[in-house]
Design a protein around this ligand. Structure first.
Ligand code: 5GP
Length: 194
């Protein structure tokens, strides 16, 4: 499995990571999104089997007990998220490279499992203030979950240097270009430039 590459994208919630990943995937067709399992409720427009596999806590725990995950975590209080081994296998069988959009702890965990075949990228919002504004604008959080996400983001910023590259998402176009170049270099065998 070690020679098969993986791309890990991580960031604090609200950094614009999901949008950037979508842009990246338009530019690099060899990538395929690894759909995670999670136990939070779907947001408007989110589809089971496309954005996530949405499970009950019981279903999720059964999968974890069966060893279905490469990594899993309680990312927020009572909300579990996990990377499915079956997704990775499906994508490799398709001769594509899986791309994971996961939280910082999960990203460090995967990076340890694939130290030589992974590219890990930390997406940073320009500031915590901007991150707060983006989360408010998204309108998906209650005051409590907003604070939980901000506090987690503060802690996660410290882990940025652990990753192969850091990309600041100030201007979407510039960040997309930088991300695309970093990923393309990695897939073609070059080392990341940061
Ligand atoms: P959201 O609820 O905003 O979709 O995601 C919350 C956080 O969970 C994000 O940082 C997202 O990247 C992360 N996440 C999504 N899937 C996984 C996963 O499979 N494993 C881990 N560890 N984190 C995940």
């Amino acid at each position: 499995m070690e020679d098969k590459k993986i791309i890990i994208i991580t960031a604090p919630s609200g950094s614009g990571k999901t949008t950037l990943v979508k842009e990246l995937m338009k530019n690099v067709p060899d990538l395929a999104f690894s759909i995670s399992a999670c136990t939070r409720s779907p947001r408007e427009n989110e589809v089971h089997g496309k954005d996530y596999y949405f499970y009950s806590v019981e279903e999720f725990k059964n999968l974890a007990n069966k060893g279905a995950f490469l990594e899993w975590e309680m990312v927020y209080e009572g909300k579990f998220y996990g990377t499915l081994k079956s997704e990775c296998e499906r994508i490799w069988e398709d001769k594509k490279t899986p791309i994971f959009d996961i939280d910082v702890q999960g990203a460090m965990n995967l990076q340890k499992q694939y130290p030589h075949s992974s590219l890990s990228i930390f997406i940073q919002a320009p500031s915590l203030e901007e991150l707060r504004n983006r989360l408010i604008k998204r309108g998906t959080e209650t005051p409590e979950t907003l604070e939980e996400r901000i506090n987690k983001a503060k802690a996660e910023q410290h882990s940025a240097p652990e990753f192969d590259a850091i990309i600041i998402n100030d201007d979407l176009k510039i960040a997309t270009n930088k991300l695309t170049n970093t990923v393309t270099d990695f897939l073609s065998g070059d080392e990341p430039d940061e």
